[in-house]
Write a protein that binds this ligand. Structure first.
Ligand code: FE2
Length: 620
């Protein structure tokens, strides 16, 4: 019988399941992809059922089940926090406690009951700590025998950040920063104040920062204000938040609006309202502070471990701007980041921690240097499923027996300006689409960005899209210095010779004028500060995607395509061919490629004839 460890994360946000079989990651998936509820936090029943099915196992065959945090410790943190801040937190205490007492304190029983629904079996449960789960998710799948481990997030039980040392199958904790002093919660507070959603809008705040003016007195003053008034940042990267200004420990929001409004002299931005320059400057100021903290913590990690490699996880590790700068600082020779760095990734980390630490097993050594398998760890749907969708929707499609010909056809359409849904193989693990559930476009075309934003994603996004570039050609376009970025977690500058100078009066232009200004020969993927969020595409982890981009290169001379996730606003990334076809029909996407099948929009039955599902699929 194989040794099988199931990892689960749930009940906070982004629940997920991951399965290790004899130390290899057999499968991993986010629950939201199955339930179609974005950031679904319920027990990951569908994801768990899927990972078991993928490995051909039933619950009774599991060696262990690992849950990504310790509920009792978390409860202790809540109680002690309320006690320390009493009577300030009464309102939040009253609303949180019934949930805790009813559900979370009886976690073991609840997990047992939920697992029983998947099948009978006497299960052994483990509860590794939240940050140990993050550390394990960063270190064990990395290519390193030894590495400094840095985790940064909002909060788990007590820890908000840890520094450790990974060596072979052991992880040693060297430093820990505790709640309420948290870089993640500081960043989330500004996410909230700038009018974005906490736990998902942090990406937007990061994308807004390049619009900030680094030379302006306002940005400089605000950075100083954050460091003088809100954060006591020490040389070693540890920090103390001045809790007088924050509400997250005891309240129901991140900060008191009035207090922050007095401090910064601007109103809290209303969601969806216009974004003016002061919010861009504030986003930049807090991004700069975040980078300072990350750099100092990384320096401390270097000092404590003397390792040349660094691994990262925790929600703050999704800050690819900070990651890119950290890499270019050269403090570490190599950096590896868990693609599911947020709490969903805790499912994988928990399973890895149980296997290597609780069960004492060695790490698997095999010839594949990427233990994450390119992060293509989700469900695959065969030809039969695609054909059924085509039949049920009376959707004409063409089968290509020659995949090279399919790539040439797709590349031709991309070069003509088409938006192409590209659906292949196993679904991605982690928040990014990496070329198996992606919508693609031509990066050279100045119209691509507008088209994808308005006609397909139904949003006026202010962030450029990400490029998927052939790994071997990446250095011709970006300052990555040969470092792979397979999970789209590094931002690097577009090479100078590809950039165009800014026109006079640029600083006074409106946000979207600045965004749509032609600033390089790959405008759809170049941000206003001439940076790009890069995915390097490798032949050995995604041969089909690599082939498609190669065909595009052959046609156009350009080694990259625009890659945005296959979904519309407010919806999780598509999982099945059915999800993909619906998204294709509901948007102005021009073509859809699923496996070997090519669907052209102009051949499809009109929208009015698409049947009952249209109503359920109305956009928000
Ligand atoms: Fe976390």
């Amino acid at each position: 019988m194989p040794e099988a460890v199931l990892g689960l994360s749930a009940f906070y946000h982004d629940s997920a399941a991951a399965l290790l079989v004899d130390g290899r990651i057999a499968a991993a998936a986010h629950e939201e992809r199955f339930t179609r509820k974005k950031h679904d936090s319920s027990f990951p029943a569908n994801a768990a059922a899927y990972v078991l099915e993928e490995a051909g196992l039933v619950p009774s065959e599991l060696t262990a089940v690992a849950f990504y945090d310790k509920p009792y410790l978390k409860f202790e943190r809540l109680l002690e926090t309320y006690h320390a801040f009493a009577p300030r937190g009464l309102r939040s205490f009253v609303s949180a406690m019934p949930v805790w007492i009813k559900e979370k304190l009886f976690m073991r029983k609840m997990l047992r009951d939920e697992m029983a629904k998947l099948g009978p079996g006497k299960l052994r449960f483990f509860f590794p700590e939240h940050h140990l789960s993050h550390m394990a998710s960063a270190f064990y799948p990395s290519p390193f025998e030894q590495a400094a481990v840095l985790t940064l997030d909002g909060v788990g039980e007590w820890a908000t950040s840890t520094i450790g040392m990974g060596r072979d199958k052991d992880i040693t904790l060297l430093r820990q920063l505790d709640f309420p002093h948290s870089l993640g919660l500081l960043y989330s507070t500004f996410t909230y104040f700038c009018g974005f959603r906490v736990n998902s809008g942090e990406y937007k705040l990061m994308g807004l920062a390049p619009y900030g003016d680094p030379e302006s007195a306002q940005t400089r003053d605000w950075k100083r204000l954050i460091l003088d008034e809100l954060v006591d940042l020490r040389d070693d990267g540890s920090l103390l938040l001045n809790m007088k200004h924050f509400d997250f420990a005891t309240g129901l929001t991140m900060c008191r609006d009035k207090d922050f409004e007095d401090l910064f002299g601007i109103k809290k931005r209303l969601p969806e309202s216009e974004i003016t320059q002061p919010y861009m400057n504030l986003a930049l100021a807090v991004q700069q502070v975040t980078e300072d903290v990350v750099f100092r913590m990384a320096e401390t990690a270097k000092k404590l471990t003397d390792c040349e490699n660094l691994v990262l996880a925790g929600g703050v590790a999704l800050n690819c701007v900070a990651n890119g700068k950290l890499l270019r600082k050269g403090l570490f020779k190599d950096i590896w980041i868990q693609p599911a760095a947020g709490d969903a990734g805790g499912a994988l980390g928990a399973a890895l921690a149980v296997r290597h630490i609780a069960l004492g097993r060695d790490r698997v050594r095999d010839s594949n240097p990427d233990r994450m398998q390119g992060s293509y760890l989700g469900p695959v749907h065969g030809e039969g499923y695609v054909l059924r969708v085509a039949r049920e929707h009376k959707a004409p499609c063409r089968k290509f027996d020659d995949f090279d010909a399919l790539c040439r056809e797709t590349a031709d359409r991309l070069a003509e300006g088409a938006a192409v849904g590209w659906f292949q193989g196993r679904m991605e693990w982690g928040p990014r689409a990496l070329g198996n559930r992606s919508i693609l476009g031509d990066p050279r075309d100045p119209e691509t960005q507008k088209k994808l934003n308005l006609k397909i994603k139904y949003r006026e996004g202010f962030r450029p899209f990400a490029p998927s570039v052939l790994a071997e050609d990446a250095d011709q376009y970006f300052g990555l210095k040969g470092v792979p970025s397979p999970y789209m977690l590094l931002v690097a500058p577009v090479r100078k010779e590809r950039c165009k100078p800014l026109p006079s009066g640029y600083a006074d232009m409106e946000m979207y004028e600045r965004l749509y200004h032609l600033r390089s020969d790959i405008p759809a993927v170049t941000h206003v500060d001439y940076s790009a969020r890069i995915q390097t595409v490798h032949k050995d982890t995604n041969a089909r995607y690599h082939k498609l981009i190669s065909a595009f290169k052959e046609k156009t001379g350009c080694s990259l395509v625009v890659n945005t996730s296959f979904n519309v606003r407010g919806e999780p990334i598509v999982c099945t061919p059915e999800d993909a076809y619906r998204c294709f029909m509901r948007t102005e996407m021009d073509c859809l490629v699923m496996g070997d099948y090519f669907f052209d929009k102009k051949d499809q039955p009109p929208w009015e004839e698409q049947g009952d599902w249209r109503e359920d699929y109305a956009l928000d």
